[in-house]
Design a protein around this ligand. Structure first.
Ligand code: ZN
Length: 287
């Protein structure tokens, strides 16, 4: 595309001549986004001051905007790649991100005009980082992101990762637990609806695991509902009859841990369990 030769008559006032002018820092908006263009080449009328634009120049501005945005936002290909890695169709990934399928579709378009929201972008980045690095330090990540965005963030975790977790045994309908566990348990129970499981629920109402008794091996088993940041723990168990015991060195494997062996106490007898994590799962160990 040839450069527009300025010098023509201004269409605005019909009198002045449009002359080329270079603006070292031209503040404008491209597709609604604020952009500062260095050495912007614009035609300005020497009479009325109206600005005239060369399409060739504005193409350059659009490219500048894309370049600038790609530093802050995942690119369409990145999003599509991440979604495929997770094995999710658009509907499901959109549901996870809290957006419509149409929005996600637009973000994945290579010729998109608007990137994803900052929040969706951050969420996707966290998923991506976690997948490649294992468990990530979210606060550390946010601090780094803030640095990039040009402000300082100093936050540290309040949680002591090795702090004991106190959880109470509660009967919860299987339908309220995660689908994965629901599936496993309902197969075992061989009944579809209205089944309940004994779950361990923390004081802030977070179900962390289900509790079950293995009649064959006479052991008490925890099935974790989410990943936890430790693999080995002691379990201080208090039963409904007031008796107390400690299961030592329980190890989580495939989200499952035996907390007590050779016991006649079933999950129905448990009142509460205090989990005492023995170690932290370090980032270097996880994949
Ligand atoms: Zn003019």
């Amino acid at each position: 595309m040839p450069r527009v030769a300025f010098g023509y008559k201004c269409q605005e006032c019909g009198q002045g001549a449009v002359l080329e002018k270079i603006f070292p820092e031209y503040k404008t908006k491209v597709k609604g986004y604020p952009l500062v263009v260095e050495n912007a080449r614009i035609g300005v009328c020497d009479r009325c001051g109206a600005e005239h634009f060369d399409p060739n120049e504005t193409v350059r501005w659009r490219a500048l905007l894309q370049e600038k945005q790609s530093e802050f936002y995942l690119r369409p290909d990145d999003i599509k790649h991440l979604r495929k890695e997770l094995g999710l169709p658009m509907e499901q990934f959109a549901a996870l991100l809290g957006c419509t399928r149409q929005s996600l579709y637009n973000w994945e378009r290579s010729d998109r005009t608007v990137p994803q929201s900052r929040m969706a972008d951050l969420f996707m980045r966290l998923i991506r980082e976690s997948r490649s690095l294992g468990q990530i330090d979210v606060l550390g990540y946010l601090t780094a992101q803030a640095e990039k965005a040009g402000f300082h963030l100093a936050i540290s975790s309040k949680a002591k990762p090795t702090a004991p977790i106190l959880a109470f045994a509660r009967k919860i309908p299987l339908s309220k637990l995660s689908t994965q566990v629901h599936h496993t348990l309902s197969l075992a129970a061989d009944t579809e609806s209205q089944q309940e499981a004994v779950a361990l629920v923390t004081e802030d109402n977070n179900a962390i695991a289900t509790l079950s008794y293995d009649y064959q091996d006479a052991k008490l088993i925890l099935l974790f509902l989410h990943a936890v940041p430790f693999v080995e723990f002691d379990a201080e168990i208090r039963f409904k009859d007031g008796k107390q015991t400690t299961g030592e060195h329980a190890t989580i494997k495939n989200q499952e841990a035996t907390v007590l062996t050779k016991t006649t106490h079933t999950e129905e007898d448990v009142a509460q369990i205090r989990l005492l994590p023995q170690e932290l799962l370090s980032t270097s160990e996880s994949k």
